[in-house]
Design a protein around this ligand. Sequence first.
Ligand code: HEM
Length: 574
Amino acid sequence: MGSGSGSGSGSSAAAALPGEGDEGGALPLPLLLALVLVLPAAAAWLAEWRRRRRRFVRLGDRLPGPRGLPLLGNALSFLGANEDVFQTVYRMCFEDSAVVRLWIGPRLLVFLVDPRDVELVLGSNEHLDKSAEYRFFEPWLGDGLLISSGSKWRAHRRLIAPAFHQHVLKGFVPLFAAHGRALVERLRAHAAAGGGAPFDVHGPLGAATVDILLETAMGVTKETDGVNGCEYAAAVIKLCDILHMRHTRLWLRPDWLFRLSSLGREQARLLRVVHGLTEQVIRRKKEEMQLANWREFLPEQVARVEYIGWQQNHAEQVQTPKDDLDEQDENDVGEKRRLAFLDMLLESTDDGQALTDDEIKEEVDTIMFEGHDTTAAASSFFLSLMGIHQDIQERAVQELRSIFGCSSRPATFDDVQQMKFLERCILETLRMYPPVPVVARQLKRDLQLASSDLVVPAGCTVVVGTYRVHRREDLYPHADAFDPDRFLADAEAAQRRHYYSFLAFSAGPRSCVGRKYAMLKLKILLSTILRNFKIYSDIEEKDFRLTGDIILKRAEGFQIRLEQRQEKNLTPAA
Ligand code: HEM
């Protein structure tokens, strides 16, 4: 007892020692405060997050879509070869309904194919941010125009759009024509090497479009820079392949896991190739500018603006909403100095508008990618279709005969304005085989659809199914038929069509900044090829194996045969 009470009094004595009890039992004041403040805040945040997530899932599940697995959702549908994935996604997302949702793990993807719904997304100044899927481009394109957002995107778009002004483009016509002739020689060599057997025309077209971009937008020549366009184009194709796999395979999404994989190592190698080229291009251009008194050097690269009353009928014969490119061309009065793309970026730093070296590199990488693979795919599909539809090829050639008569001269800007049927053939190619088959946006706030009473929740990825919109029977009757005349401006169906029915170059504020450049280049290159060769295809359209690894392609390659045209008067002089 005594010892019991002794020990009892001992412990009460210990408890009475000043300060000792506080240090052992209570928490220090800052920690206590943090807990009192942070814990409830964290709990409130978690509750709010759960409420929002539940609402997100509820709204997402209300949208029509295939059943998925717990946790994985529909992720397993994206397994397999790229061409199989394209078919599966097409079947699941586009065949039955105007709106379809898929769950890729916790991520919600909502596919839209009704032009009224598409307008709400692409036409909006609010839903301008690219979806999270675009982040896989970052190691390659940095935060360039394709993926940047907010004030950076706005400022760079304003800066870059004038580099694609009609008057700059006019100055490129002789270069496009010269490259057209060089391409014809390259194709002739390919055809001869194979003894007239079919060959994949995408390779030579890809290399040619890289060379053209270098000489026009970047203002450097292949000869002076020893740049290898073929190597660059091949690296881009492989990079797109890897990016596409990261979109569809959940385990490749985390950066750290991807970097450890063999694909991560391969991407690092390919990036050295593409960045090597852009760094070389910028370095060369800077050296050139320093060497020459560069104020004197500029006029060669600059197309000066004379106001010549540009008519609206120069534009593609398709009704699309006007964008900033149209506005800058239409409102152009008086004489202004216009610079080609890279000159303009470098001069902007000189003017104190301060694009950093990294920003310049990002934009050069972006233009090199966006500007080359898209046009290579478009022209490859065009030649395939010409090879299949001999009657249409003949009509296009007749038009060229009516423009060039007996002359073998290269195409001029005025000739291009007369290539109306060729333009319709290109537009119809872009309708049936849009090089960018889908575009995606991050939804900033809930979207009440126009086509139904469904609501798409904020935070999801909205995927605009360009390929599917272009194949809708209600917009394009006999949609699977190649019919360039559906783009006749006065055709009844064309008049009735919704503005957001033709989306090859996207539409709205974030439409393709190189649209006019692309159309001009395509018309000159493709007319030059048609004037030289008769094109054949042994594969019919129904046997095309489409694959959509970022850019739409044919898995079997773009196999065509070429036969030299006999008419001398159609062959432009070398
Ligand atoms: C047939 C050829 C082309 C097609 C079909 C095409 C298509 C497109 C599409 C659909 C977009 C929107 C992409 C998205 O939102 O994810 C886009 C954006 C863009 N394109 Fe093109 N393009 C072509 C040629 C070009 C060329 C030749 C250039 C430059 C020389 C170019 C530069 C760009 C840029 C910089 C963007 C990003 C614009 C922005 O976000 O503000 N494109 N293109």
